[in-house]
Design a binder for this molecule. Sequence first.
Ligand SMILES: [Zn+2]
Length: 267
Amino acid sequence: MEPNSVDLTLVEVERALVMPFVLDTPFVCVICRAVIHEPDGSSDMCENCMENARALDGEITPVLPITLYTRESVMRTWLTHYKPDIDGEHGEVTSAADVCVAAITLVLSSFFDANDWLLKDVDDVLVVPSTRRPPPHPLEEVVLRTAAGRFLVTGQLTRTRNQLEHRSASSIAYEGSEALRGRRVLLVDDVYASGARLQSAAAATRRAGGTVTRAVVVARRINPGYHPAIEERWNAAVELPFRWSRQEDGSTISRSSFAAPAAIDGS
Ligand SMILES: [Zn+2]
């Protein structure tokens, strides 16, 4: 990795990172790592992922988040301001853009360095296109400075004119190019909330003939105030030391039946 032009240490960055909720623990969604806050025991996916899977004929891609973040956080500031402000949407700038770019670069490069298994079966790395921002995506610049950079391809996924609702995936919101046929693709995105964008992009990649091996997101949005069960998990997560190295995850899961064996036993 190139040295940072700004003075930001890994220790400072790590202070802003929160370990994602662990798979194979009760009430954690196997796809997006959200807390299943009102479990009925019928599925190991959260409501949102079931909704996305329904919209995408049961095909849904597990997401590997590097960190969790909340609305009021240093990570949120970095994620907002590492991208150029295209239309004044950022409001008053509270943090220098170069610091934010350095922070996101350090997060992504440290993660790929610690998890080289993520890239061993990959042909192409694709950044999920923005819904509003014209290409190139600022995250592509960041990915280029990481170990994943040598696999980065651009322009293979494009947004179509079809509407993409904030909370619901669509198989026609993106289009994949013919060059994706037969390729094993790792998707990368900056933030994950409902998953509508990323899951739609994964669907388009598959429709073009590619295989989505995994999806890595810099930060998974958590709303601890939404439910006491989420707050409890969040409070526990912020106490944990941050680790870069992760276990291998599954790849795309096909769920034509939503009555998958529940990993939830309430214990
Ligand atoms: Zn989920």
